[in-house]
Write a protein that binds this ligand. Structure first.
Ligand SMILES: [Zn+2]
Length: 161
């Protein structure tokens, strides 16, 4: 409360901000903190271990057909040295891939069962597409491993407490 009142006083005192519209004042606030809200997870140690950040350079393609290198900050586990994962990104990636796979299966099912007559060939194609969907869902191996080890860790910590 005290801090809020102090902040209100300082804003009111500065003549520059006094007559600015509210939207303009909100635009002035720039968040410089790009740190992830969640700690990185180590799949090998099965814990939120201490980490150090390493810079890794990846080649990227630009719109002109050329390439450029992009440097990305990747957390590495201090104990085992393996790459650590941001669990929220893993969740988004796994669900994105699953949504694409399910959408693919829905389209194929509509084609095989409603657009064309049900035949042995159509059923074979649908079955092959079902296998492709299952394989697509299994594709983000590292992300799924990280999420699985994190859920195991949560179950263990619930049991021990
Ligand atoms: Zn580790």
């Amino acid at each position: 409360m005290v801090e809020l009142a102090f902040n209100n006083k300082t804003i009111n005192k500065t003549p520059k901000n006094r007559f600015l519209p509210r939207e303009w004042m909100e635009e002035e606030i720039v968040t410089l903190n790009n740190e992830p809200s969640e700690e990185p997870w180590c799949s090998s140690c099965h814990n939120f271990t201490d980490y150090k950040r390493k810079w890794i350079t990846y080649p990227r393609a630009d719109l002109d057909g050329g390439t450029y290198s992009e440097t990305v900050e990747v957390p590495h586990c201090v104990h085992c040295g393996s790459v650590m994962f941001d669990l929220s990104n893993c969740r988004k990636f796994v669900w994105g891939v699953r949504l694409c796979a399910y959408a693919f299966l829905i389209v194929v099912s509509l084609l095989c069962f409603f657009l064309f007559d049900i035949t042995a060939t159509g059923m074979t194609i649908w079955f092959l597409c079902l296998l492709v969907t299952i394989l697509l869902c299994k594709l983000p191996v590292k992300s799924r491993e990280a999420l699985q080890s994190h859920s195991d860790y949560q179950k263990l910590s619930k049991l021990s407490s």
